[in-house]
Design a protein around this ligand. Structure first.
Ligand code: NAP
Ligand code: MG
Length: 403
């Protein structure tokens, strides 16, 4: 069989521990037999980040900016214990944080849905994607523990040193707490652009929620920016493919979500996204069945699994034990990236291959062959299989689909 051709390379970001082991197997056993894989390779494994003083992460981000599509393996975010373990000269920053900052991107997380594992919310039969605006608000706030009676004020001084706004927040008659949060128009515009673009990609309705009835300046600014972009730039494209944008108060969005069948993209402010993404992912079952995409406002994409490097499985692997690590989210990172590359380069065969590989994974699970993390969630009791056996079962189904 002739291999499927690629024209532009995918930016490949290798990673750490168990996911690095999976990464190689996925490429060798499930992709390279069918695709003449072209990648621009960056090793984001912790050793290489140490060796290059983290320059490799910056270079990888810039390569995604240049080529438009990247695929990333999970990586270790160093902490004190990792500094010791890997003899690091510095506690290097989270690679995901660096990529997000350079690409100015928004992260979208989507569960992978199979028909024999049900969400605990019975009516959620289609995936729900959450977009979190990962900038500002309480995550960058200044806080003060008010120790005594006194006045708290909100003051704005312009760059000429003139006070252009001054208002009393509260006249404290006793001790209390105080918080100053901010956000920036530029960041909100980027977030909104990424959300509209990703809704067009998913061909799903977009909701944005906030509490503008209470927060008449702050949340209202978010609402206005979404409304402005929708009217001026996206409404025509949305209507052309039959999807809708709506603004909702956060409480009615929560109520609406519980009643809906899923199949929507929900854009959340920073804190709401932090909380709601954990709720949605736990309702759908397993972190190992969750994909994650970083989308920049100018339409660059970086695909990855939502989970980490699965450290405890890696230590077992090093001792020579077989593990039952779920490769699905990492495989879907590859299929997402290959599909996007295919769309951008007009390579229908590459898109079709990505679809078939996904189908092979889903049908393997739906045939009752699955790893230990999801076996207990299955409708009918099944024996968990080892990673290798799971991947062989996927390969058999993929072969059949490709024939
Ligand atoms: P983790 O790697 O996501 O694993 C947490 C637990 O979830 C595992 O111990 C395992 O549970 C289960 N799990 C996760 N993925 C699985 C899979 N594919 N198959 C089967 N079970 C799976 O999180 P962590 O242990 O907190 O973090 C490990 C390292 O990953 C850390 O160094 C962290 O910095 C990094 N991390 C990276 C990213 C990223 O690159 N995007 C994200 C998160 C964490 P059992 O032990 O019960 O089997
Ligand atoms: Mg959270």
């Amino acid at each position: 069989m002739e291999k499927i051709r690629m024209t532009t390379p995918l930016v490949e970001l290798d990673g750490d521990e168990m996911t690095r082991i999976l990464w190689e197997k996925i490429k060798e056993d499930l992709i390279k037999p069918y695709v003449d894989l072209k990648t621009e390779y960056y090793d984001l494994g912790l050793e290489m980040r140490e060796k290059t003083k983290d320059q490799v992460t910056v270079d990888a981000a810039n390569a995604i900016g240049k080529f438009g599509v990247g695929v990333k393996c999970a990586t270790i975010t160093p902490n004190a214990q990792r500094v010791e373990e890997y003899k690091l000269t510095k506690m290097w920053k989270s690679p995901n944080g660096t990529l997000r900052a350079i690409l100015d991107g928004t992260v979208f997380r989507t569960p992978i849905v199979v028909n024999n594992i049900h969400s605990v919310v019975r009516n959620w039969v289609k995936p729900i994607t959450i977009a979190r605006h990962a900038y500002g608000d309480i995550y960058k706030a200044t806080e003060y523990r008010v120790p005594e009676e006194g006045r708290a004020e909100l003051i704005f001084t312009n760059k000429n040193g003139e006070v252009t706004f001054r208002e009393t927040i509260y006249d404290f008659e006793c001790a209390g707490v105080l918080q100053g949060a901010y956000n920036k128009d530029s960041s909100i515009y980027s977030f909104a652009h990424a959300c509209f673009q990703y809704a067009l990609d998913l061909k799903q309705d977009l909701w944005f929620s906030a509490k503008d009835t209470i927060s008449k300046q702050y949340d209202h600014r978010f609402k206005d920016i979404f409304a402005e972009l929708y009217e001026n730039e996206y409404q025509v494209q949305f209507e052309a493919i039959g999807i809708h944008y709506k603004y909702m108060l956060i409480d009615s969005a929560v109520a609406g979500l519980m009643q809906c069948p899923g199949g929507i993209l929900w854009a959340c402010k920073n804190y709401d996204g932090d909380v709601m993404s954990d709720m949605v992912s736990s309702a759908f079952g397993s972190l190992a069945m969750m994909t994650s995409v970083l989308v920049s406002p100018d339409g660059k994409y970086e695909y990855e699994a939502a989970h980490g490097t699965v450290q405890d499985h890696y230590y077992k692997h090093l001792k020579g034990e077989r593990t039952s690590t779920n490769p699905i989210a990492t495989i879907f990172a590859w299929t997402g990236a290959l599909h996007k590359r295919g769309e951008m380069d007009d390579l229908h065969e590459l898109c079709a291959f990505a679809d078939k590989l996904e189908e092979a994974c889903l049908s393997t699970v739906e045939d009752g062959i699955m790893t230990g993390d999801i076996a207990p969630l299955c409708d009918t009791p099944v024996e968990a299989v080892y990673t290798d056996d799971f991947m062989s079962a996927v390969r058999i189904r993929l072969d059949a689909l490709m024939r």
